[in-house]
Design a protein around this ligand. Structure first.
Ligand code: CA
Ligand code: CA
Length: 266
């Protein structure tokens, strides 16, 4: 008798639960996403936001600027959610069109997802352009940076490349942080130490501090710092040139024989 009662209870529970699911499934409205912004025509390094809005709380968000070839996902633990609205920030570091693709999942039913995308056009605005870079000197230029070669072998010379960083905004945080902006090709054994950057469209808000790194490429992802860091980057303050708008600036650090020319366009 006891067994029968338990069995009956289990069966009742199963059937109720099954019925409930069926009802929920059929009545559940789909997750709907909408991306909302005031402005899709923006300028270099401008702070631009858009809202991710949903009809139901979402528990994870995946965002991408290359149609999900690469992406980042941020999720809440079960039972928690982002609510139905979240502000994201657009990285306006580079000129041209940038498309944000967003996918969210239902906080209460993570297998239910919705996605959408929104495009922005980034224009020059008041930005200054870095047209070219010429490295006139660096520490131990013309000397041995590749010790595997002899004193007279041209291969002893540094295989030079530079990187530029500038403050770029975090998609979720809205905070500016120095991030890689440009990495040059390598001038083997010093080469001409001159880089024409016109095709790279390097525009920056002149009120920002940009950073220069300079290194000897040893291959295999290994490099020797030509700035004798840390720090491995030098700060360049462009704001001091806003009123005079020179075509060229010279960045020097005599302590390490550093002398770099930047060609600018205002
Ligand atoms: Ca080396
Ligand atoms: Ca070399």
């Amino acid at each position: 008798m006891k067994i029968k009662i338990i069995l009956l209870v289990v069966l009742t529970f199963l059937s109720c639960s099954s019925d409930d699911n069926t009802v929920v499934e059929s009545q559940e409205e789909p997750l709907i996403i909408e991306l909302v912004t005031n402005n899709t025509n923006v300028t270099i390094d401008e702070v631009v936001t858009f809202q991710v809005k949903t009809n139901k709380p979402f528990g994870s968000i995946t965002y991408s600027t290359d149609n999900f070839i690469t992406s980042k996902t941020v999720g809440k633990s079960l039972g928690d959610s982002f609510g139905t609205s979240l502000t994201l920030y657009v990285n306006t570091a580079n000129i041209g069109k940038i498309t944000h693709s967003i996918e969210v999942s239902d906080a209460n039913n993570p297998s239910k997802k919705a996605k959408s995308s929104l495009s922005f056009t980034v224009e020059k605005g008041n930005a200054v352009r870095i047209k070219d870079v010429l490295v006139n000197s660096f520490y131990d230029k013309d000397n041995i940076w590749d010790t595997e070669f002899s004193n007279t072998d041209p291969n002893r010379l540094a295989d030079v490349f530079f990187v530029l960083q500038k403050p770029q905004i975090g998609t979720l945080t809205g905070q500016f942080q120095q991030q890689l902006w440009y990495k040059s090709n390598v001038k083997e054994n010093q080469g001409d130490l001159k880089w024409d950057l016109l095709q790279d469209n390097l525009y920056v808000n002149p009120n920002a501090i940009i950073q220069l790194g300079l290194a000897d490429d040893d291959g295999g992802g290994i490099a020797q710092d030509l700035l004798l860091g840390p720090p491995y980057e030098k700060d360049i303050n462009l704001s001091q040139y806003i009123s005079t708008k020179p075509d060229n600036i010279i960045f020097e650090d005599n302590s390490i024989n550093l002398d770099v020319d930047f060609g600018l366009e205002w």
